[in-house]
Design a binder for this molecule. Structure first.
Ligand code: HXC
Length: 514
């Protein structure tokens, strides 16, 4: 064959592969409000930057008449491309080809791009849209999942791993996303479950829809498996691109710095906390009054809302914010908020992102339900994560810092680098009400007017202990500051910490209270 005919032959083969599962299947995909795998890759990457590998890979199975079937690319597209000019590795399962099901060659392709991402130390983006293990390929499919899970675990803490759920994600297909750093879901499109409605009906006799079992809202609000929720695919892709602007490309690098910008003038930091210390306020306003351009990318916004986590910048540098939310459950720590914050702290620590903690919380949530759910081991994760972290750690106590909460929220004692308190801070073993009721019980009981005496004792306690000056007198906090000084001090702390270096004892790895 002449070169020209060879080239024409190549082009024809490519055209066939580009059609995936064929026009009918693509129409069905679009009718469900879903883009095709190729359209998704194009929507995330910079224009014309995608380089595909393994386009001509085919499945190798013969059972169940599979040898008569052509599965283009074996149902997955892999390659590299750029986002805002920097290269990422990406794969997208193609539901139009055998439901994006995972067979041996499909898994090998994903493994290949994961190995590439690790070798080249760049982020990995996985687009999941799959019926799970390819039933016809039996144990080869299961082996394929195992190979992916192993690679996810090896890559954890080395390169950022982002998973997008854009269709069904059943059985083994959910565990790779669960092992990655951030999971993105889209309303009405994403479904994640271990066992589908059919199995639930067979085993438990319960009728349940896919949406109820594992729809996008379920994972964004209840299970906590998802970190970002979007209303459509385009919004989801914008979230991914925004997240990438805050992240370093691997654990040896820092996130890229941006030109510094002041917070927007409408956020007046000194006006956010109400005069009455029992009144709630939205902690996100404090974050936005502090962050560059008031930009805050909140993570797990709708899950365990009593704690707020996410990324912003101080003077152009990425920081991770962890902040109690007084508007929800007074900002207490409970099982879910402990899991949420501990994982985020570990992410920041792995990827050289300084952690800024804003504290205003009355302690851990009491009660039988929390104790039985394991608030001890869940709460311990926060202590572990903060203690273990060696990135710059800064705490600002805004109002309440009571009991276990005071210690847990990145206190000096867990080796925070800088601890500041606003004059409104109350640092004590517990709130004045509870404390006075216990230590002055006898005085209150024996008083002529017990209610009057109780009020008096609460005030006495408040004046004596519920302020920042006792802790300041002992050096537990570095300084009592005015709210308006907060941003400048954060900037100073981050600058001072540029070359922070901490020696940790030799160990293979610790044993966090998983
Ligand atoms: C082979 C599959 C498949 C699978 C779907 N297909 N899932 N082929 N193996 N696991 C094929 C269908 O046969 C069909 O092929 C095409 O993909 C589209 O599927 P539909 O069923 O027509 O689509 P839809 O109605 O949208 O339903 C999608 C679905 C459903 C909800 C995902 O297909 C489904 O329930 N699939 C099975 C899910 C599952 O139980 N997976 C195994 C999990 S066990 P044609 O040729 O007709 O177009 C597992 C164990 C791993 O993963 C554990 C590791 C830890």
């Amino acid at each position: 064959m002449s070169l020209r005919r060879n080239i024409l032959d190549l082009r024809k083969r490519k055209e066939q592969v580009l059609l995936g599962g064929g026009e009918e299947a693509i129409k069905k995909q679009n009718a469900m409000g879903k883009l095709t795998a190729r359209e998704r890759i194009e929507a995330i990457l910079d224009k014309d930057s995608f380089h595909e590998y393994d386009m001509f890979v085919e499945h190798q199975s013969k059972d169940f008449d599979m040898d008569k079937k052509v599965l283009h690319g074996d149902g997955v597209i892999i390659g590299t491309g750029t986002v805002y000019g920097e290269t990422v590795a990406i794969y997208a399962q193609d539901f139009t080809v055998a439901g994006g099901s995972l067979g041996l060659m499909h898994a090998r392709k994903i493994g290949k791009i994961m190995d590439h991402a690790m070798k080249m130390r760049m982020p990995l983006i996985g687009i999941n849209d799959s019926g799970g293990a390819r039933i016809q390929e039996g144990v080869d499919s299961l082996a394929g999942y195992g190979e992916i899970f192993f690679r996810n675990t090896q890559a954890s803490g080395v390169i950022p791993q982002l998973s997008i759920i854009l269709g069904p994600c059943a059985g083994g297909a959910v565990y790779s996303p669960a092992l990655t750093d951030f999971v993105f879901v889209v309303d009405n499109i994403s479904k994640m479950f271990i066992t589908g409605p059919e199995v639930v009906k067979t085993v438990l006799g319960e009728e349940v829809t896919m949406e109820e079992l594992g729809g996008a809202r379920v994972h964004a609000e209840i299970s906590g498996n998802a970190h970002f929720f979007a209303h459509n695919e385009q919004e989801c892709f914008e979230q991914i691109k925004q997240l990438l602007t805050f992240l370093p490309w691997n654990n040896q690098r820092k996130a890229r710095a941006f030109p510094p910008k002041p917070p927007k003038p409408e956020y007046k930091i000194e006006k956010i906390i109400p005069a009455d210390p029992t009144q709630p306020y939205d902690i996100r306003e404090i974050i936005m009054a502090t962050a560059d351009d008031s930009e805050f990318l909140e993570v797990q916004q709708d899950f365990a809302r009593n704690i707020v986590i996410g990324f912003g910048r101080i003077d152009g540098e990425t920081v991770g914010f962890v902040a109690n939310q007084p508007m929800v459950l007074a900002g207490v720590l409970d099982c879910d908020s402990a899991d949420k914050s501990a994982r985020f702290i570990r992410f920041c620590d792995s990827f050289n992102i300084p952690i800024v903690t804003f504290e205003d919380m009355p302690g851990y949530l009491p009660g039988v339900e929390q104790e039985h759910m394991g608030v001890i081991r869940h709460g311990a994760k926060v202590l572990y994560a903060y203690s273990e972290a060696t990135v710059p750690k800064i705490t600002v106590i805004l109002r309440k810092a009571y009991g276990g909460g005071y210690i847990a929220m990145n206190s000096r004692h867990l080796k925070s680098d800088f601890v500041f308190a606003w004059p409104t801070a109350e640092i004590a073993v517990m709130g004045p009400e509870g404390a006075a009721n216990i230590i002055f019980r006898k005085d209150i009981k024996e008083a002529k007017n017990p209610e009057e005496m109780r009020k008096q004792k609460v005030e006495e306690y408040r004046v004596k202990f519920a302020n920042p000056y006792v802790a300041a007198s002992k050096g537990y906090i570095d300084s009592v500051i005015e709210p308006q000084e907060t941003r400048l001090l954060l900037k100073h702390c981050i600058e001072v910490s540029t070359n922070k270096d901490v020696l940790t004892p030799y160990k293979k790895h610790g044993i966090p209270p998983f």
